[in-house]
Design a protein around this ligand. Structure first.
Ligand code: LMR
Length: 396
């Protein structure tokens, strides 16, 4: 079985970490995998996470199995983080814990395939590099719809709405809830309403990938899109993640939220989701979820976490602005659009040859698609990065 295998190609995102680690140059800058880094370039553990871990060590009395839905306190608190308590959408929703946002998406893929065999999933162009592989593995047919114009740095909203006219009631529409990965460009309020209208008209299921809640404009602002959809539509699926906003990447802490037309429908839908989980990984790992449940359930810790989250968000906004200032007057591609985009990611609009020159000549690592994780910028490396971006965009 293994004898005829040639070397497998590296993952387009995860593979960057190995390339970066192998580069001995002291000027190297990692703009590859989507992790938040502080101004020293470190991927830190949040203070609130440390405190919750301490609490867990002191108080946890058992590691017995839980259900396939995972940690019930975590599920309730994530549901309230996404959909305001007291709202109709919150009442109609149920949340289960999953192994990261990726686990949530894969379970959603399997669930969709089981409930709607033959249904297609519409993915934005561009989208997260792992989306197509993930839904293909779940057996769901993939259709792409226009989303973002790399040349102009703008949403292709009219083209998108026109393409979504092809959705049917058997299909699923994947949208990014905020901080679109890889473009950093999100719909505004009117555009969310227009997306909701297309979904209402076609009867298609919205599946929202919400991996960056709190990294755009704030917790309230970043959940506005899903709340517009929930208010206008009888059903929705949300795959969310605590990887970035709690910096819990390797703890695999995510959630899948199903919103039904009524609370009973939401409950029934989760009942059909749990066998999908059981046949897949049985139940999610607890550690990250126990930490998040504790932070969100303790008023003082939650307040501290919100301050930490605000710190991460504003640092990214600051380095985005600083990069655009540092690019000013250097010529080459107009990168000014980078300052106003959301979250960690941006598309540089550079051909793959220029992305490779960034790596080989300047020791700056972005994915081959030209995606840069701007959370890897620091006040120390931003001038070097600006010089490199301007140079390679002029053929240098
Ligand atoms: C990314 O897009 O870089 C992150 O979501 C990490 C990953 O798993 O790809």
């Amino acid at each position: 079985m293994f004898a005829d295998l040639s070397d497998a190609p590296p993952d387009p995102i995860l593979g960057m970490a190995q390339l970066f680690a192998a580069d001995p140059d002291p000027r190297k800058v990692d703009l590859g995998i989507g992790v938040y880094k502080d101004d020293k370039g470190d991927v830190i553990v949040l203070d609130t996470v440390k405190k919750a871990e301490q609490w867990l060590v002191e108080t946890q009395a058992s590691k017995r199995y839980l259900s396939s839905a995972g940690n019930p306190e975590y599920n309730d608190r994530i549901r309230a983080l996404l959909l305001p308590e007291g709202s109709d959408a919150h009442a109609r929703a149920r949340t289960i814990q999953t192994p990261g946002g990726t686990g949530a998406l894969r379970v959603a893929g399997d669930f969709i395939h089981r409930l709607r065999p033959g249904g297609r999933i519409f993915l934005p162009d561009p989208t997260w590099a792992n989306h197509p592989a993930l839904f293909k593995a779940a057996g769901v047919e993939i259709v792409t719809y226009p989303y973002y114009d790399v040349e102009t740095g703008r949403l292709r909203f009219d083209d998108m709405i026109a393409a979504l006219g092809a959705l049917t009631a058997n299909d699923t529409l994947l949208v990014h809830g905020c901080c679109h990965n890889p473009s950093g460009t999100d719909p505004d309020t009117d555009q969310w309403n227009a997306i909701a209208d297309v979904l209402a008209k076609t009867g298609a299921m919205p599946l929202v990938d919400l991996a960056y809640l709190g990294f755009g404009d704030g917790l309230e602002e970043d959940r506005a899109g899903i709340n517009i959809l929930a208010a206008k539509l009888p059903q929705m699926i949300v795959a969310s993640s605590c990887s970035k906003n709690f910096a819990l990447y390797r703890e695999r802490t995510g959630a899948l939220t199903l919103v039904g037309g009524t609370p009973k429908q939401g409950e029934a839908a989760v009942g059909h989701l749990l066998p999908v989980v059981r046949a897949n990984y049985s139940m999610p790992p607890d550690h990250g979820a126990a930490i998040v449940a504790h932070i969100l359930g303790d008023a003082a810790l939650r307040g501290e976490w919100e301050i930490e989250l605000t710190g991460m968000r504003t640092r990214i906004q600051d380095v985005r602005r600083k990069l655009v200032e540092a690019l000013d007057g250097r010529g080459g591609r107009d990168f000014s659009y980078l300052a106003g985009q959301n979250g960690m990611f941006a598309l540089l609009g550079l051909p793959v040859s220029a992305v490779h020159r960034l790596r080989d000549t300047w020791h700056i690592y972005a994915t081959d698609s030209g995606r840069a994780n701007l959370a890897g910028l620091t006040m120390d490396n931003v001038e070097h990065v600006a010089e490199a971006f301007a140079s390679v965009s002029q053929g240098g």
